[in-house]
Design a protein around this ligand. Structure first.
Ligand SMILES: [Zn+2]
Ligand SMILES: [Zn+2]
Length: 385
């Protein structure tokens, strides 16, 4: 049973797209996690987990809402793409307090959302940080994100009940300690909240104290958006083209709508008389099918057969429609060091805060944090319940 304690720190960054300042909460595991890989029997792939979120159950048996994990082929577990076996890893959740989509979200939900709290399920990310080689001082990081079973739904009678949406909603409640009082039986409820203490830095005395988080988190409504409101989003993200107007481009013939294309399904299946919508789009919760011109087939564009076959224009169209209807892009941090990441975050934060301190003050802030972390080590997490 996971007994980890997380330390919450709130901060402000500038949103790269809108230029607006965004309030964030960071939850950092109070101690590093030592990584153990579980290897497939043929030793070709390893998988390690970092955080477990348990659901409440009636029969006394524990079940996971989600087991956050990562891994890859043996060659990719090299200290660069992934932490080396035995590495001590920092585990950090990042969540937007405004409930909007996080650029590197775990759920990678499409922009066109079905429920009013859709973006909230998409508002957090999970980052791990590790040293390339112990003692090297060269830290790397990556985001853990959903990459498989993107199509899964938890209830086939509920249009739009995507598994990653349901999990995202449960996890955001778990993160912020909001009681799971929803009626949607297809969204599993977390058994408990994450164990969190909020760090309050006092820069005058260069000290930090840890308190129970007090800021209330505004959980949004579970209500389904109207077809009209979903159609408006489709317009906003430019996925409203009808079949008659769809230009095929390089593909000879196209029998699948945009969404069916991402499912890897060669042709739409129709149910009922409404010609504007196919079975998958209906199940996904969309009001009609979109047929984007020049959209290349999934088989030509997926991760195993990448963009080399397509032009930059093809790729741009594909990524745009993909982000609108299927999944946001995967964060690529390959080759990036944590230092580069932190410097870019600091730049962003610096431009937001007009009263930002000068450099000498920044230094003392760091010292304050170091002191805090020392203090933390003496906290026995088992006593925190
Ligand atoms: Zn279709
Ligand atoms: Zn469709």
């Amino acid at each position: 049973m996971e007994k980890a304690l997380f330390i919450r720190t709130d901060y402000v960054v500038r949103d790269h797209d809108s230029g607006k300042s965004v309030e964030m909460a960071e939850f950092r595991r109070h101690a590093t996690k030592t990584i153990t890989y579980n290897w497939k029997s043929d030793q070709t792939r390893g998988q390690a987990h970092v955080v477990e979120v348990y659901g409440s159950s009636t029969d006394g048996k524990k079940s996971h809402i989600h087991l956050f994990s990562f891994g890859g082929q043996t060659d990719d577990i090299d200290g660069i793409k992934n932490p080396a076996p035995g590495a001590n890893v920092q585990v950090v959740f990042e969540a937007r307090l405004d409930g909007k989509a996080h650029k590197n979200s775990w759920a990678r939900l499409p922009s066109v959302g079905i429920f009013k709290n859709w973006d909230q399920a998409n508002s957090f990310a999970l980052r791990i940080e590790w040293e390339t080689k112990e003692g090297s001082g060269l830290w790397r990081y990556k985001y853990l994100q959903t990459t498989v079973r993107l199509h899964l739904r938890t209830d086939e009678d509920v249009p739009g009940s995507l598994s990653r949406y349901a999990k995202g909603i449960a996890i955001i409640h778990w993160l912020f300690g909001v009681s799971p009082d929803w009626d949607e039986s297809w969204i599993q409820k977390p058994a408990a909240s994450m164990r969190v203490l909020q760090a309050e830095y006092n820069f005058m005395t260069q000290s930090v104290r840890f308190v129970k988080p007090t800021k209330t988190y505004n959980a949004l409504s579970f209500a389904r958006k109207s077809g009209q409101s979903i159609a408006l989003q489709m317009e906003q993200f430019n996925v409203t083209q009808r079949r008659e107007d769809c230009k095929l481009g390089v593909t000879i013939k196209r029998n699948n709508c945009d969404l069916c294309n991402f499912f890897g399904s060669a042709s739409c299946t129709k149910e009922g008389k409404d010609e504007r919508i196919c079975t998958l789009c209906r199940e996904w919760g969309l009001p009609f099918c979109s047929w984007s011109s020049y959209l290349r087939p999934f088989s030509a564009m997926n991760a195993y057969n990448p963009i080399s076959v397509a032009t930059a224009d093809d790729a741009a169209i594909y990524r745009r429609v993909e982000a609108a209807l299927w999944a946001s892009p995967i964060a690529d941090t390959t080759g990036m060091t944590l230092e580069q990441h932190l410097v870019s975050m600091q730049d962003a934060a610096g431009t937001v805060d007009d009263d930002s301190d000068d450099e000498s003050d920044d230094e003392s802030d760091d010292e304050g944090m170091d002191e805090g972390m020392d203090e933390l080590k003496s906290i026995d997490s088992d006593d925190m319940e």
